[in-house]
Each structure stands twice: as C-alpha cells, then as structure tokens.
Design a protein. Structure first.
Length: 166
C-alpha cells in the first residue's frame, strides 16, 4: 500500500517525531466514523445478548468505555492534540455472520484538526472492553477490522473507505 497524500506529517526533517502545528488551520466542522468487531463463539454472543455475563451489561459498559476513551485519546496517542469533542457516539450491534458484535464510533467537533484518532480509539477500547468482560467464558474471541470508514472537514477534505457501504 502506498502513501496517498505524500510525506508523513509527524516526522521532522531529521526523522524526529513532532506534533503538527495546527494553529494556522481554519476551524471547520470535522466528523469521523470508525468501525471494528469482536468475533466470538455463538454461545458467548447469546450470553452477552441475554444480559447474563458475569461482569454485567457488556454492551452498555463497552459503549461507555468507548466514549470515555475518545475523550482521552491525546493521553494515549503521543502526538495527538487534546480536543474539545462536541459529540461521541458508539453503537454496538449483533452480527450473527461473525458471530459476534460490530462496533462503530462517530466523533465530531468544530476545530483545527481531525477526529479520526478519537473514533478509532473509541472503537478499539469498546472492543477491548467486550473482550475483557467476556474472556472468562471465551478466550478465543478475536478483535479485528478496526478501520476508518469516513471523515469530513478540514483542508484534506472528505474521505470514504472504498469498501464502506452506508
């Protein structure tokens, strides 16, 4: 896979890591949506959907963990800017074809930098929370498919993952 837009923005002339200066960028509405999934045994999925997991409400807890994680992205990813998010949604749904749970997160703000990392962080932590809460009954669970689906706003314009279907 080749870089689509040129040079890496977080690498300085001597190869050192740098935080990008966004001070001169225009404030625009920026939105990003990411997704991922947790594949599990059918019995584990049934247990979660019935609300009988030993640790409690798996889906509700994972949703809350994803929202909280989005707000903490700058503390987790070294070169991310702290952002004043105006909206974070995390949706978790059953997918019998996996079998398992699909997780999507949408983040939004009006600002000078994008919210892709916040959406990706929300999905990642929600998936990890699902795993944590169900690992006592299924250590074969797999987390995967974490990717940016789409983003809008900012100088680089809109992006839509080529295989994303609305």
């Amino acid at each position: 896979m080749s870089a689509e837009r040129g040079a890496l923005t977080h690498i300085g002339p001597s190869g050192e890591a740098n935080m990008v200066d966004v001070g001169d960028k225009a404030e625009t509405v920026r939105v990003a949506t990411a997704e991922g999934h947790v594949r599990m045994l059918p019995a584990t999925l049934a247990l979660i959907l019935q609300g009988n997991a030993k640790k409690g409400d798996v889906i509700g807890t994972a949703r809350l963990a994803g929202i909280m994680a989005a707000k903490q992205t700058a503390n987790l990813i070294p070169l991310c800017h702290p952002l004043m998010l105006t909206k974070v949604t995390v949706e978790i749904s059953e997918d019998e074809a996996l079998p398992g749970l699909r997780v999507s997160a949408t983040t939004k703000l009006t600002g000078r930098t994008g919210v892709e990392m916040e959406a990706l962080t929300a999905v990642s932590v929600a998936c990890l929370t699902i795993y944590d809460m169900a690992k006592a009954v299924d250590r074969t669970m797999e987390i995967g498919g974490i990717r940016l689906l789409e983003k809008s706003g900012g100088k680089s314009g809109d992006f839509r993952h080529p295989v994303h279907k609305s």
